[in-house]
Design a protein around this ligand. Structure first.
Ligand code: GLN
Length: 496
């Protein structure tokens, strides 16, 4: 049996039927990682010892006949921006290369309570800034479908490890597309829940008003299963919302009749690859054949989304990243410089500067400078305040559109995975990779990326389905229906 190919729900059934143990599952996945992740570099840190320990514990529970959760004994990978007690958490940065948190993020607590087996921490763009996982202090991550291409980003490691069968599922974070875009490029399912649906406590902050934790899975059923576990109000996160958590697996209904799907004309624009456009139009046809009603809608402020995002996100980042000063966390320069010993007050400023200069990579420095500029006196009104107003207009566009439809369908990314190195020296080109995902974060909405086809070069293409706030259920229903009637999610990259 090729255990590594299985979904979490398939593994769960095998565990319950006692056909396999969690130890066997976990061991076989580590064997695969140890043999093949050299090619991909999807993990920064592996936690094999504690994982095997945990797996044995679950096996004991099963042998005693205890009831187990849907993720008991199931291995999972975690993006290295989510705080894990006693496990190094680097955020893909040199500045946190030696940082070992003393607490678990709420999502990790929940996974531990569900007896999931944590495999390790995955590679990412430094502090989640990027669209390619090339901005990592731990080396570039590669796309399992073609290792000369990027896996997308910033959660590239979490997407690549699921696509490469180095984990049945994983967690990532999405500030402007970092779950959906890599999911699309790696051919897996990626969900960004509604802002406030999943606690951000313990998610290292990039842009707090946009960040959200979500999942990568091999099919839609697993997306529902993990959302059941991680969603819910948390008193430790003041932006988490006290809404009931429905049973998301109940929304896995194979039926598109009565589904009203909006297709925004502003998302079919010059610059999108013909192959991507064709694939999305085909998917819309599929929904039509399945009985959905398709209507054209308009989201008129879409063209301003990227510009607003690149004011708001860097502004928040410049503030959030002030804490990395060589004192509170992680790395400190080895060269403390002039006056450090003779009490010269300027020495401490010198130490901050050297630490931040050596510890942060270029993209992070670029964002800190952009954000500091946009927030500075005289520019605040012209840039930051204006961007916030644009954000409201974008949110209003969606509110208007959702009066007419249940979900909105768009491309995820204008192109399939691009070549490593292709956009790294052109930040503006890189920023445009998120043109279709960023508006969703600005409006705080839930959205999924679903495998919906392949390019002529055999690279995966994803379909974005956007829902109303807290209506992940509808997204799951639409996605499940599409998946049940297509086979894109079954194709696998060839690694060996
Ligand atoms: N690519 C976008 C950025 O660089 C979004 C990243 C993210 O969602 N974390 O900011």
């Amino acid at each position: 049996m090729e255990l590594h190919k299985s979904t979490a729900h398939e593994l769960h059934n095998l565990l319950v039927e006692k056909k396999i143990s969690s130890l066997e599952i976990t061991t076989s996945i580590y064997e695969r990682i140890e043999k093949l992740d050299k090619k991909i570099n999807s993990y920064i840190t592996l936690t094999k010892e504690s994982a095997l320990q945990k797996a044995k514990g679950v096996d004991k529970k099963i042998s005693k006949g205890e009831e187990i959760s849907s993720l008991s004994g199931i291995p999972i990978a975690i993006k290295d921006i989510i705080s894990t007690k006693e496990i190094r958490t680097t955020c893909g940065s040199k500045i946190l290369s030696n940082y070992i948190p003393i607490y678990d993020a709420t999502v990790i607590e929940k996974l531990k309570k569900a007896d999931a087996v944590i495999l390790g921490k995955t590679n990412m763009d430094e502090f989640a800034m990027g669209s390619s996982t090339e901005n990592s202090a731990y080396g570039v991550c590669r796309n399992p479908w073609n290792i000369s291409t990027i896996p997308g980003g910033s959660s590239g490691g979490s997407a690549a490890c699921v696509a490469a069968d180095f984990a049945p599922l994983s967690l990532g974070s999405d500030t402007g597309g970092s779950i959906r875009q890599p999911a699309s490029m790696c051919g897996v399912v990626g969900l960004k829940p509604t802002y406030g649906r999943v606690s951000r406590y313990g998610l290292v902050a990039f842009a707090s008003s946009l960040d959200q934790i979500g999942s990568f899975t091999k099919d839609v059923r697993d997306t529902a299963i993990i959302l059941n576990i991680i969603a819910g109000h948390d008193s430790m996160d003041s932006t988490s919302v006290p809404e009931d958590v429905p049973n998301y697996t109940k929304h896995l209904i194979n039926n598109a009749k009565n589904l009203k799907i909006g297709v925004p004309k502003e998302y079919f624009i010059k610059g999108t690859s013909k192959e991507v456009e064709k694939t999305i139009l085909n998917s819309i046809e599929t929904f039509k054949k399945l009985g959905a009603e398709i209507l054209e809608i308009s989201l008129p402020h879409t063209e301003y989304a990227v510009a607003a995002y690149y004011i708001i996100a860097p502004a928040e980042a410049s503030s959030n990243l002030a804490r990395y000063d060589g004192v509170h966390y992680g790395y400190r320069t080895k060269d403390e410089g002039r006056g450090a010993r003779d009490g010269d007050i300027s020495a401490i400023v010198d130490m901050y500067e050297r630490t931040r200069d050596e510890g942060f990579g270029d993209e992070v420095k670029r964002r800190i400078m952009l954000g500091t500029y946009a927030l500075s006196s005289g520019y605040y009104e012209a840039y930051y305040l204006k961007a916030l107003k644009v954000r409201t207009l974008i949110k209003n566009d969606f509110d208007e559109a959702f009066k007419k439809c249940d979900v909105i369908i768009t491309p995820v990314s204008p192109t399939p995975a691009f070549k490593i190195g292709e956009k790294i020296s052109d930040p503006l080109q890189m920023y445009l990779s998120d043109i279709f995902t960023i508006p969703v974060n600005l409006a705080g909405l839930p959205a999924i990326s679903l495998p919906c086809g392949f390019s002529s070069e055999g690279l995966p293409i994803g379909l974005q389905i956007i829902g109303k706030p807290f209506d992940e259920g509808k997204i799951l229903q639409a996605s499940y229906t599409f998946e049940q009637n297509t086979e894109y999610h079954l194709k696998k990259p060839k690694l060996n």
